[in-house]
Ligand binder design. Structure first.
Ligand code: G3H
Ligand code: ZN
Length: 289
């Protein structure tokens, strides 16, 4: 059932576990996330990027998420979040339609502009009693990885400064903070890691819940350590995409005469559900609904 996100994240922070925030762009992924949450009796956050919104249309995607959450997921707490909203317009659209939380991601802008836009988003969202996530530091993606490998950029220069984070939160009044502590968007097993010392320092200085982006590709031990060090929300996208594709390849190969899209897609939905269940177990949010 859809609940205010505060209810989910504050409980996680207090209980020293993390809640998974999983990306969706369609019905099948949403079903997988919600079914996993129900099976594991876990709270969960369903999030959509701006490109997912473009793909499925905001009204449609919002209707899918809320309907699945309030029917199949009626016994578990679920919140809907905008992930990496880089434009104020998409932030406003999601606030207006009824999201429980929005991510104003102005991390690529200079510090003063990031403060200004994050504060503006917080003011707008708080009028509707919803939460805002802001981001400080640079969390790289695939292109960034190439620059890292060629030495064009250095991971150290991209990480969140703990003292700046403290000041940033005080100035913006945001509710959660996405930090750059070494993770990368995408799955780069063995390459991406979490600077646990830095993470702990940020958590000690910043009182609001901390969000770890780029979760895919990290080991269970790294997740557990990050949670011990105070992370309250963990974002996962690529792990579900990988599970979807692997199962899809299998279902097409196994029965080439299959033409019913539901039968073709069902193994993928089940595989994504298993992946979400696995994450929920590692994050410690099972039986916390
Ligand atoms: O905002 C989305 C997440 O940070 C997902 O990252 O694809 O590495 O799991 P991931
Ligand atoms: Zn992210």
């Amino acid at each position: 059932m859809i609940v205010p996100i505060k209810q989910i994240i504050s409980k996680a922070k207090q209980g020293k576990y993390a809640v998974g925030s999983f990306n969706t762009s369609n019905l099948e992924i949403t079903l997988a996330i919600v079914r996993a949450a129900v099976k594991m009796k876990s709270p969960v956050i369903i999030q959509t990027s701006s490109s997912a919104i473009k793909y499925s249309n905001l009204e449609t995607l919002f209707a899918i998420m809320t309907t699945v959450a309030n029917t199949i997921g009626k016994k578990v707490p679920i919140a809907i979040h905008l992930d990496h909203g880089k434009e104020m317009q998409v932030v406003k659209d999601c606030i207006n339609i009824g999201y429980n939380s929005v991510h104003m991601d102005a991390s690529e802008k200079d510090y003063a502009t990031n403060v200004k836009l994050s504060r503006q988003a917080a003011q707008l969202a708080h009028k509707k009693k919803i939460w805002v996530q802001a981001e400080l530091g640079s969390i790289l993606g695939k292109e960034g990885m190439v620059k890292l490998e060629t030495g064009e950029i250095n991971m150290k220069d991209l990480l969140t400064d703990p003292y700046q984070a403290k000041e940033f939160v005080a100035k913006t009044k945001v509710d959660t903070l996405a930090v750059a502590v070494g993770t990368i968007h995408g799955s780069f097993k063995g390459i991406e890691r979490v600077d646990q010392v830095l993470l702990k320092k940020i958590v000690n200085l910043v009182s609001i819940p901390i969000v770890l982006h780029g979760g895919s590709g990290l080991s269970a031990a790294t997740f557990k350590k990050a949670i011990k060090n105070g992370v309250s929300v963990i974002n996962i996208d690529t792990n579900l995409r990988l599970a979807f594709k692997k199962a899809l390849k299998g279902s097409i190969k196994d029965s080439e005469d299959l033409i019913d899209p539901r039968k073709i897609l069902n193994p993928s939905t089940e595989a994504m559900q298993r992946e979400v269940e696995k994450m929920i177990k590692i994050f410690g949010s099972y039986n916390k609904a």
